[in-house]
Design a protein around this ligand. Structure first.
Ligand SMILES: [Zn+2]
Length: 220
């Protein structure tokens, strides 16, 4: 039979253990670290820099992903900038990303949505004021890129915006199977290369219908 003094000692021991446990768990336990703040995906445009880039509130720059627009001074450059400005004026942007969130200049590389569903990148392509400009460091198979390509094919077929312009035609255009650019046959980037197995296109738009974009040197 257990004596009352033994029970008291047992209870006292249990109490001490409980106090130690409570001390360790409640008093000594470090505060859990707060979750790192999630980067907001909502942005406001402060100013439009050109047809495909803008300055955002907070100091970041945005470069619309997957497209290129006419450079300043070229036809349709102002139209692209003003459409970009109209689309984003007083409306928050939601940004989504592909594999790389920033380009080598530190700009955010993103698909930009207004009203949550309207993709600015795509509206520019729909309007013939931008064209696809792909890079190997992104996953170009996603639905966003497929949307952009479909929009570009539609704009080419309907000769909207830049697609209404005539370019002095070459006999053909060339593209390396490993590249997203295409060239005039005499482009200096082709010098000394074995181009026998390169893809050939009869027209500029035939190349661009596949998602290729013009070389910035020979500007086909
Ligand atoms: Zn070229």
């Amino acid at each position: 039979m257990t004596r009352p003094s033994t029970i008291r000692r047992l209870l006292a021991a249990v109490a001490v253990i409980l106090i130690v446990v409570i001390y360790i768990v409640v008093v000594r336990a470090p505060d859990p670290l707060p979750d790192p703040p999630l980067p907001s995906d909502r942005f406001r445009v402060v100013s439009i820099l050109d047809g495909d880039s803008a300055e955002l509130r907070g100091g970041d720059q945005l470069r619309l992903l997957g497209i290129d627009t006419p450079e300043a001074g070229q036809p349709f450059a102002d139209d692209a900038s003003s459409l970009f400005r109209r689309l984003t004026a007083d409306r928050p942007l939601r940004l989504t990303y592909n594999q790389n969130r920033r380009d080598r200049y530190g700009r955010l590389l993103a698909f930009a949505y207004v009203d949550d569903t309207l993709m600015v990148n795509r509206v520019l392509v729909d309007s013939g004021l931008a064209w696809l400009y792909l890079h190997h460091d992104q996953d170009n198979t996603t639905s966003e890129f497929q949307q952009l390509l479909a929009a570009q094919q539609h704009a080419i077929d309907h000769r909207v915006g830049v697609w209404a312009e005539d370019h002095p035609p070459e006999s053909h255009y060339l593209s390396s199977p490993n590249s997203f650019r295409f060239h005039r046959p005499k482009c200096r980037h082709l010098d000394g290369l074995a181009i026998d197995r390169w893809d050939q296109f009869p027209t500029r738009s035939a190349a661009m219908r596949t998602g290729l974009s013009p070389c910035r040197t020979c500007q086909p």
